[in-house]
Design a protein. Structure first.
Length: 317
């Protein structure tokens, strides 16, 4: 009979947060796979758990996962624990779960503490929709790609960061996302737990005189739909008439209909009068002549009127 894998959530700070189910499981399984045995032995000693341990961490996760899967095939029941929190969330447990599925090994998760959820619930940010990014990648190109994606993220964003990298990460986030509202949580579930509500710039000002300490969870306000809509409108209005036409034509809209939409200002709320703001008056005149030559039907009188207005204004200036 095959063994089973138990993903056991452990406390993220306060040992009283461990569940009775996890305690019983850790005592009953044949082997405990721990991210750091030196750290986890303190937890086991506190609760008088004598089950043997083996190391399972980022640097041996693939090969060791194969070994653990073979042990479970032989009938060994294994509990997986991380240094703190729920296995599989931003830790090597993900690889072991994957290999268990591939090998047909039964597994289950014993729910419990998770720093990302704990921080989110006390952050004061929107909780219905959120994006968990864990630690930003160390690779510069990959990090830049993630930051670029987060620029338009409307959900609340959750990141982890170590204290010695916190300031640099805040600077990168400020540059990429703008001065958003954030909550920095540290010492979660412990006596000196803090949830520092501020902005990126406010946090940077704060850490000029205060040294960051402890692992941090950064909860970031998502971009509002209104802000995204405003940026799109500003981008559209900054485009030239020719660029507008190219957009319409790329959407499969016929040239005549595209010019109607542009001159009517159906998306930008603008019309040919916006040409008055242009510095190139000769270009204005050429574009008006082009439009008049291309257009037929009910809008031609509208264009003629605007063309006369533009010409008159140019003569006056």
């Amino acid at each position: 009979m095959q063994g089973k894998l138990y993903l056991c959530a452990t406390p993220i700070g306060n040992l009283d947060d461990i569940t009775l189910r996890v305690l019983n499981t850790l005592k009953e399984v044949d082997l405990i796979a721990a991210e750091d045995t030196r750290h986890s032995i303190k937890l086991l000693n506190h609760f008088d758990i004598k089950t043997p341990m083996t190391s399972y961490h980022e640097f041996n996760k693939v090969e060791k996962a194969r070994y653990l899967v073979e042990k479970m095939k032989e009938g060994t029941n294994i509990a997986l624990i991380t240094d703190a929190g729920t296995p599989g969330i931003s830790d090597p447990g993900e690889e072991l779960v994957k290999q268990c599925y591939e090998a047909g090994i039964e597994l289950t998760s014993l729910p419990g503490p998770a720093a990302c959820i704990t921080a989110l619930t006390i952050s004061g940010m929107a909780t219905r929709r959120f994006a968990f990014e864990a630690f930003l990648p160390s690779d510069k190109k990959e990090k830049q790609r993630i930051l670029e994606e987060l620029k338009s993220e409307t959900r609340t964003i959750i990141l982890y960061e170590a204290p010695h990298r916190l300031v640099r990460t805040l600077e990168e986030l400020l540059e990429a996302l703008g001065n958003r509202r954030i909550t920095i949580c540290r010492e979660l579930t412990k006596k000196y737990e803090t949830a520092f509500r501020t902005t990126f710039q406010g946090a940077l000002d704060h850490f000029e005189t205060e040294e960051p300490r402890g692992e941090c969870v950064i909860v970031i306000e998502g971009k509002s739909p209104e802000e995204i809509k405003k940026e799109k409108e500003q981008t559209w209005e900054a485009m030239s008439l020719t660029e507008h036409m190219d957009v319409y034509l790329s959407q499969g809209i016929e040239k005549k209909e595209a010019m109607k939409r542009r001159t009517a200002g159906s998306e930008s709320g603008m019309c040919i009068r916006c040409f008055w703001m242009s510095r190139n008056r000769e270009f204005e005149k050429k574009m008006c002549r082009w439009l008049l030559s291309e257009m037929t039907g009910g809008t031609s009188s509208f264009l003629q009127k605007n063309y006369r207005q533009i010409t008159k204004k140019q003569q006056m200036s």
